[in-house]
Design a protein around this ligand. Sequence first.
Ligand code: F6P
Length: 327
Amino acid sequence: MKNKIKKIGVLTSGGDAPGMNAAIRSVVRKAIYEGIEVNGVMRGYEGLITGDLIGMTSRSVSNILSRGGTILKTARSKEFMTAAGQEKCVKVIKDNRIDALVIIGGNGSLQGALTLQKDWEVKSIGIPGTIDNDLGYTDYTIGAHTSVDTVLDAVDKIRDTVSSMERIYVIEVMGRTEPYIAIMAGLAGGAEEILRPGSKLSMKEIADEIREAKQKGKKSWIIIVSEGFDSAHSVTEKLKSETGYSVRGVTLGHVQRGGSPNAPDRILASMMGAYAVDALIEGHHGEMVGINGGELSLIPYEKACFERDKDLERGNHLYDLTKLLAT
Ligand code: F6P
């Protein structure tokens, strides 16, 4: 049933991701086209607590489509985790006559949206914006494609020196508890091993694997380590002492979060932003926009945040493929 939405707030929360600006642009311009007023909320839930809102026009989002980061800034709000913080948000929303929010962020941010909906009846639609790809029932989150491209650029460059010097190299990538970046960059970069949270492989087993491969003529070896498993430094030192080979390592860090969004992220963000506004107009709330096989749909927050079995399955399958192709 159509719902008269007169004013919305849009915010970005948690770790920034390339393509968040493209999503903001889409939300703002689509809403204005539909006759809806838009407030930008600064610094995610922090700005919702303090009432740091800005009126937005189509011109507020000029020339941001290609820019990384988020013009609305972002934060990880500790105060928002408390009922007192949430109550302040509700007051700001009411005082400013905001009918609904569009919340752009990752798993933690959309869990926040779920709390606002369940405990405080705040209406919102979520847009998955995070390099981690840590939400269920969506093939992609905004920023994940660009981040994998950034990692791949590093992997390819490292491969040149690693193969020239016949070394073992450990590359630590982001993803919190999610192995998505590690697996995709591992597969696309031809990594010999991927270490993910939950990986059962011991350093001794990896060392044996490397020795065996050396005997078969493999001269270099790239291991991608997801930050949730261990640090590059620690894996490097352990492998040095296990193998006696020349091992080097690097932590790619926040370089993975920056940069201009690539075409898939700009397209995804543009599609999802407008879809989120349509969803609110249609009377939906408490759901996240997801993409599956190229089709957009709405997924209840609970499912998006907590049901991840399919992603785990996909990860395992792609890990096996990476290993097979690296022989
Ligand atoms: O959620 C995105 C992310 O980049 C994770 O991959 C990483 O674990 C975390 O944020 C780092 O957070 P911060 O920038 O707050 O150190």
